[in-house]
Design a protein around this ligand. Structure first.
Ligand SMILES: [Zn+2]
Length: 114
């Protein structure tokens, strides 16, 4: 008795617009994308850092800060690499100061206007 074979493979790039069909998604902590950092970071930096390119110190992948996975809620935010899930930056906003831990980012490439 042969197992039934699917008529088409699970291709992820079909033009279907019904959403992702991941069967089971592991229960991980909910996160938001890096855009939630825009507010807290705008208080510290004059430029919009969500458009900056951060290079992960762990796996070397480079991508916009907006693409990071941000866990937690202000005032304590932890941004993780979407590729290797290591911590790229931490931001804690205290009453009198903000703590920005960037040890997980090798570089931050910040686009500057003319
Ligand atoms: Zn990484």
């Amino acid at each position: 008795m042969e197992p039934m074979e699917p008529t088409h493979g699970p291709t992820a790039r079909g033009p279907r617009a019904e959403g992702p069909s991941h069967g089971e998604e592991p229960m991980v902590y909910a996160y938001e994308d890096g855009n939630v950092l825009a507010g807290p970071l705008s208080e510290i930096f004059a430029v919009d850092l969500t458009g900056a390119l951060s290079r992960c110190a762990h796996c070397g992948s480079t991508g916009p800060v907006a693409r990071l996975r941000v866990y937690g809620r202000a005032p304590g935010l932890v941004a993780r690499c979407p590729d290797c899930d290591q911590v790229i930056m931490r931001l804690v906003r205290g009453t009198e100061s903000a703590w920005l831990d960037l040890r997980g980012a090798t570089t931050l490439r910040i686009p500057l206007g003319p």
